[in-house]
Design a protein around this ligand. Sequence first.
Ligand code: ZN
Length: 289
Amino acid sequence: MTQETWDFDKLAGDVVTAESALASPEMVNAQVTQALNESVGDAPEPPEPADDYVSLPGGLYWDGELIRDAQVRELTGDDEEQLARVKGSLARWVSVLLERNVVRVGSVPTDATLVRRLLIGDRDALLLGIRIATLGKEITARQVQCPHCQGFFDATVDLSTVDTVRVDEPRPRHEYEVPLRKGRKALVRLPDGEAQELMLKADDATLPERNTILLGHCVVRVLDADGEGLRLSGPLLAKSLGMGDRQTILRHIHDTQPGPRLDDIRFNHEECGREVLLPITIGELFRGE
Ligand SMILES: [Zn+2]
């Protein structure tokens, strides 16, 4: 913005009179736009979004469209009672919680299918949103022992400031090409709620078995060096992959996956001045005080 005083004679273009404005409205618009640009400066910060809106760090592909926002609501006594009745894995509990308390994703009302199709990181972001709508954004971990000085302390964390990895330009269907050994390539999609449920349902599975479940769900196909697709799919394909390739794909999923990093919350212990890692579990999020 300039500090000069207005001088009509120095204004660019013709001076607008009522008659010329009627004659050429587009010229008036151009001048109005120019005047606005010169006088308003930077746009003001948008207002804080309402507490019940959550921006999805990955986004949901639904009917070919990418949706990046959702509305949640707080937990009621009725929700609490229903959730206490959920049998099965933590992933199932999370799905029921999301089915009940995510009102809509974009303009799509929530149901069981939609909740399973959400990326794991988007589910975490929604959980965090429901927790904030229900109990506020502050969470206190009590009697934490400092790994450096062994002292005990209470730590209060602002959940709205948890580091979140966002995908700025999501790939179609969240699918990525991952180079494997010997010129092969895997087409890999990011894990969703269904993958999470499948993995956690297998309670007594070993880690390699869990990885097979995850890879069986996320590896869409593998192409050999000539671009020919392998005939296998699902868990059989996952089992046929070399150990090195399996590690490569798991690493890719880990590094690419969006979402709040609830396992990487850091807190400064004042007594000794050192940083303490303070991971927060889903159970702790909804415990209240
Ligand atoms: Zn300490």
